[in-house]
Design a protein around this ligand. Structure first.
Ligand code: C2G
Length: 450
């Protein structure tokens, strides 16, 4: 009996896939079809898959062509499978010609002609192409323009900014802030990445024009305004999603899940540090107040692990802030301390200081160590008293998590459901902390002698 195996994602199953399976079946007597897992697809850069693994397996099963269906989960699994299932022939479409010649050592390798004119990514783009505009800081916009190219079904079509555009904006339409209404009229959704004190107005206007909104964290500077924006988004039937790239790093997501399984025991403390002096070192002191202060720029990033792991119902909060000087309201460094019923937490953030950008989650059995820069990490360790028990985890992170965030935003719009990795409650809690900071509630000022 000749045993054949073939592999694929089989997203939105189409006649190109079916023709491949039919010809694969004709190569032998028994056909195994390996369907790729979600994680494995993400790792190999296929981030736009629409259907779940189970939906894709069912679609292959319903063709009646597979004698057996397995899941492909890791790089190199094909060699294991060929041995495990006594495979005589490995086959795949000709778009992979040459890529699997290394399997000739284990079985015959046959590349079958790919069916022209059809593909899952083509089908995905045909369903919806969300026209996205970007308003605000042109430097951050550039990253999103690059990352959006990895997302099927979403296209950045315009920029609204008062900044001077120094990079090639190809065929993007350009608007200034005073043309915001016109900018909105030509898009379906907007990514707001302006100075945080302009967020509320940009988001409010977009929602009233029934545009979906992805807004850079913090969504605004007051909790009540945050509540109002989410309420208005619901009333207008649009998505309002917080953009907070850290939440889309797979490593960060997995460490949050592992902590919740009790691997390090009870969490006693969460301590996050984020500093970056890049902007401060190249800006005139008197111009700093025009820039995002440390609390806005970094606080809303550093607060994510605290609120995701300990919740948002802290009992006490205290700020210690190092100001530029008494007359310039710009915090170069802020430490925020939280007391919970059964845990404490702290963040240290600064645009005018340098520290180790690590995240440490302290537990009653062990702790999690995330090295700098933890906010875009692909790696973390679980450490115990006995080093032999330590565990290390690595999860590839492409594009700092931006492409995954854009895929989630697109899926939220398509499903008319906010699938954001940042719960609304956390968005609100972040804006409340910033509001308290701006009101100098429970805040001790530190003035380092100049
Ligand atoms: N295919 C085809 N014609 C198309 C589209 C796809 O013959 N128009 C073939 C592909 O060559 C592949 C199979 O159908 O053999 C499944 O295609 P995909 O779901 O796109 O998965 P792909 O990433 O190509 O899978 O490790 C091998 C890969 O997993 C192959």
């Amino acid at each position: 009996m000749t045993r054949v195996i073939t592999y694929g994602t089989y997203d939105l199953l189409h006649y190109g896939h079916i023709r491949l399976l039919e010809r694969a079946k004709q190569l032998g007597d028994y056909l195994i079809v390996a369907v790729t897992s979600d994680d494995f697809d993400k790792k190999r850069g296929k981030i736009n898959v629409k259907q779940s693994l189970m939906e894709r397996i069912e679609a292959v099963r319903n063709t009646g062509l597979a004698d057996e269906i397995i899941v492909e989960e890791y790089e190199g699994q094909k060699i294991d499978d060929i041995k495990r299932y006594n495979i005589d022939i490995f086959t795949v479409g000709s778009d992979w010609k040459g890529k699997f010649d290394y399997l000739k050592e284990y079985c015959d390798v046959v590349y079958l002609d790919r069916t022209e004119g059809i593909s899952s990514s083509k089908l995905r783009s045909e369903t919806t192409t969300l026209k996205l505009g970007i308003v605000g800081n042109i430097k951050l916009a550039e990253k999103y323009i690059t990352e959006s190219k990895f997302v099927n079904g979403l296209e950045i079509v315009s920029i609204c900014t008062n900044d001077i555009i120094e990079f090639d904006t190809e065929n993007l339409q350009k608007y200034s802030y005073d043309e915001y209404d016109k900018f909105l009229s030509n898009i379906d959704a907007v990514y707001v990445v302006s100075n945080p004190n302009e967020h509320f107005n940009f988001v409010d206007e977009a929602i009233k024009n029934k545009k979906h909104v992805l807004c850079e964290t913090p969504i605004c500077l007051k909790k009540d305004e945050c509540l109002l924006l989410f309420k208005q988004a619901k009333e207008n039937g649009v998505i309002l999603m917080e953009s907070n790239k850290t939440a889309y790093s797979t490593a960060f997501n997995r460490l949050s899940l592992l902590v919740k399984t009790g691997l390090i025991g009870k969490i006693v403390s969460v301590d996050a540090t984020c500093t970056s002096m890049e902007e401060y070192l190249k800006t005139n002191i008197e111009d700093m107040p025009k820039k995002q202060n440390s609390m806005c720029a970094w606080g809303s990033v550093a607060l994510v692990p605290i609120f995701q792991l300990l919740g948002t119902n802290y009992n006490k909060i205290h700020f210690s802030t190092y100001y530029l000087d008494k007359n310039i309201n710009f915090d170069l460094f802020t430490k925020v301390d939280f007391n919970y019923n059964n845990a404490v937490a702290s963040i240290k953030v600064g645009k005018g200081v340098k520290s180790e950008g690590e995240l440490i989650i302290t537990g009653t059995k062990g702790y999690i160590y995330v090295p700098s820069p933890w906010w875009k990490t692909d790696y973390f360790e679980i450490r115990y008293e006995s080093q032999n028990d330590n565990k290390r985890y690595f999860y590839q992170l492409d594009g700092e998590g931006i492409r995954y965030e854009l895929v989630t935003f697109l899926k939220s719009v398509e499903n008319e459901k906010n699938l954001s990795y940042i719960e609304q409650e956390i968005s609100e809690a972040i804006t409340l902390v910033i509001e308290k900071f701006n009101n100098k509630e429970n805040l001790d000022e530190i003035f380092v002698e100049s």
